[in-house]
Ligand binder design. Structure first.
Ligand SMILES: Cc1cc2nc3c(=O)[nH]c(=O)nc-3n(C[C@H](O)[C@H](O)[C@H](O)COP(=O)(O)OP(=O)(O)OC[C@H]3O[C@@H](n4cnc5c(N)ncnc54)[C@H](O)[C@@H]3O)c2cc1C
Length: 656
């Protein structure tokens, strides 16, 4: 499976690809009515027939848990899989800052249209209008649903739900539960899932990893699963498969994601025919604790919500070694407030990250390694009092103090951008179905709603919208119309997929090389960060595309996977994931190389405005690039979904 070591293209010249056009199946009519009308026009499965269908749901984060619980409640027969020991430990639990919704409780000018507009603009006009509008419409239902489940959103003194602001918006539409919004939302989804487990509509399989997708007669009909405790490789048949397996930031090794997050599910689906869209659209979050040393394996996010009250600055003098509290106001450069007066510290993530990189690269970085900028709460503490700041962000401040040994109530935090989220993912149509009929993709695993840059607090919104409110309709529509023949695990397609997985396990164990999996992963991550990180050039991408296959060849010849295949073996798990990261990394770089423009998180240094902002090329690149696997060592096929903007005018993004 994951063994090719030849480069996908010859990189001495700009690659050319076979091209095709993709239709996302957006229903006709005015944008405000599309979803309502589509819901009515969709085919239904009657209640007695629902239990005859088996749906395999991979992932129990917000997207997967909400989908499995909703499908179970509808009466489908659901099997749910996750690699953690409990569904409630999915990575969504880490989400800190909040979830957006166009409730306009503040009466500050918010609306469904404004959330739609902000999201399209924030994504630098590289998202599909119809999906984003639906997301904004559904956002209000999500809050009602979660409140009904008992999610303890923060409330104001009078008892109303409180909101705060996130980047890229001038309204206050982010609902939150202190700095642990993801955890509280996941507990809500998990309790809904648990109810279905008890009702036996959902069969839960924790500690299992999906390692291949089975496609029969062109439709997704099953999966190959490895039991992580016993090592047993099993196959499951389904009438449809739902992939909600999260993002792939960990291809960069250092990221804010949980160490377990990986790309294997989507990558293996890609190799079975699912298109992978915009893989180079990766998000670098501006407010993370800076890297502290060479042996670090994880980065920690300081939530974007902190930018509500924290002010970002660097000393005006380069290499200023003074204690930040001794630097007078006049000698501080509040560079975001100065450069972007309209949005100030709340500019979107891509803009804030690039600005931080620019000041650090110019020698103004702070901290021992001079690799950070200050996030300072002293003004807010003076204005509101320490207790208010503690109420709002107490757990984040504690986390920062525990990691750095510095007290952020007394000295400014030090922050720097880090890999955080991936807007790219498996391509889906309006119904959230991939290019393989019967394979639906939800949450961060799909490419859908965020274009080239996701706005803060919009991932939780999207995952829950997909799982609670979109899939339950579109799945029924698919099952009601698909003619699905009877399939068993004796089918040669299952046998072949099972064999491939088993064979890969054996090969890893047989290599017995001298380097650890982590050492390869770290080297790959550094290469990706240097060559395809916050800034990319044709030259750096070509460098990466030459180096990755060499490193991958060494990996397959010299990796050391200790232990065996019949019990818990985390090195073996990691080896499979890193093998897939190698191949995905190459596609990310290819995608970045082919897109000769800058947009959102994809900043090609050759394409920038005179004042250093991302310079789009709408004439040539206003499309989704959905890559289709064409075989080992062969250039993938480029399927283009043209992006049309009928409701938001394409313009140069400005936050000034
Ligand atoms: C530190 C941090 C803070 C964040 N804060 C916010 C925030 O405040 N607001 C916001 O909107 N967004 C936030 N985000 C982003 C957001 O948390 C994620 O995008 C979102 O939670 C992803 O949810 P998901 O359901 O798609 O995937 P995940 O929660 O990542 O779940 C993936 C699931 O898939 C399973 N899985 C994966 N691969 C396999 C496989 N091969 N076989 C079986 N199971 C598999 C896993 O076990 C897991 O259950 C934050 C992200 C980070 C890293």
């Amino acid at each position: 499976m994951a063994t090719e070591t030849s480069p996908a293209v010859t990189v001495t010249q700009m690659p050319t690809f076979t091209e095709a056009t993709l239709d996302p199946g957006v229903p006709p009519g005015p944008i405000e009515e599309k979803w309502e009308k589509h819901k009515f026009n969709m085919k239904l499965v009657n209640p007695a027939n629902k239990r005859k269908f088996t749906i395999l749901v991979l992932g129990t984060g917000l997207a997967g848990a909400s989908a499995a619980a909703s499908l179970g409640e509808l009466g489908y027969n659901v099997k749910s899989f996750c690699f953690q020991d409990s569904p409630r430990r999915a990575h969504s639990i880490a989400a800190q800052g909040g979830i957006n919704a166009a409730k306009n409780y503040r009466n500050d000018g918010d609306s469904v249209f404004r959330l739609f507009y902000d999201t399209i603009k924030g994504g630098d006009y590289r998202a599909r209008e119809a999906n984003v509008y639906r997301l904004a419409q559904i956002s209000t239902n999500i809050i009602d649903q979660c409140v009904a489940q008992g999610v303890p959103f923060a409330r104001e003194y009078g008892g109303l739900l409180d909101t705060r602001s996130f980047g890229g918006a001038q309204v206050s539409r982010t609902f939150y539960a202190r700095g642990q919004t993801g955890q509280q939302l996941l507990l809500g989804a998990y309790q809904a899932l648990s109810r279905q487990i008890a009702a036996k509509t959902v069969e839960m399989h924790p500690r299992t990893e999906m390692l291949d997708l089975v496609v029969i007669d062109g439709r997704a009909r099953g999966v190959v699963i490895r039991d992580l405790i016993t090592g047993k490789i099993e196959t499951y048949v389904g009438d449809a498969v739902v992939m909600a397996t999260g993002g792939y930031s960990n291809v960069y090794y250092l990221s804010t994601n949980a160490k377990g997050c990986n790309a294997s599910a989507i990558w293996r689906a890609y190799k079975k025919g699912a298109y992978l869209a915009n893989p180079c659209f990766t998000q670098i979050h501006p407010t993370c604790i800076p890297v502290a040393g060479e042996s670090q394996s994880k980065l920690t996010l300081m939530s974007e919500s902190l930018r509500n009250d924290g002010r970002i600055w660097v000393p005006r003098k380069a290499d200023d070694k003074r204690n930040p509290n001794d630097i007078p106001e006049g000698e501080r450069n509040y560079y975001l407030e100065e450069r972007y007066p309209a949005f100030g510290n709340l500019v979107p993530r891509d803009v804030a990250s690039r600005a931080a990189k620019a000041v650090v690269d110019s020698g103004y970085g702070v901290g021992e390694l001079k690799n950070g900028v200050y996030l300072d709460f002293s003004t807010a503490i003076k204005r509101l009092g320490e207790h208010v700041i503690k109420d709002r962000y107490g757990n984040l401040f504690d986390m920062y103090a525990n990691i750095t040994g510095e007290d952020p109530y007394k000295v400014p935090m030090r922050i720097y951008p880090a890999l955080h989220y991936t807007m790219g993912g498996l391509w889906v149509d309006y119904n959230l179905m991939s290019s393989i009929p019967g394979l639906f993709v939800l949450g961060e695993a799909n490419f859908s709603d965020h274009g080239a840059n996701r706005l803060g607090a919009s991932a939780l919104m999207q995952g829950l919208s997909d799982g609670y409110f979109v899939l339950p309709y579109t799945m029924g529509n698919y099952l009601a119309q698909a003619t699905l023949g009877k399939v068993t695990t004796d089918d040669p397609a299952f046998k072949e997929a099972q064999y491939t997985v088993d064979d890969q396990v054996k090969r890893f164990l047989a290599i017995k090389g001298t380097r650890t999996v982590d050492s390869f992963h770290r080297e790959l991550g550094k290469l990706m960060w240097d060559d395809c990180g916050m800034g990319r050039t044709a030259e750096s991408l070509q460098h990466a595309l030459t180096k990755i296959p060499q490193l991958r060849a060494e990996f397959w010849a010299n990796v050391n996977v200790p232990g065996g295949g019949n019990d818990l073996n985390q090195e073996l798990e990691k080896a499979g994931r890193v093998a897939d990261f190698f191949e995905l990394a190459e596609l990310i770089c290819l995608d970045a190389l082919h897109r000769n423009e800058s947009c959102g998180g994809h900043f090609r240094e050759e394409f920038q405005t005179p004042d250093g902002e991302a310079l789009r090329d709408d004439e040539n690149y206003a499309y989704v690039a959905a890559w289709q696997y064409a075989g080992a060592g062969v250039s993938p096929i480029l399927n283009k979904e043209p992006l049309k903007f009928d409701y938001v005018k394409l313009s140069q993004r400005s936050y000034k």
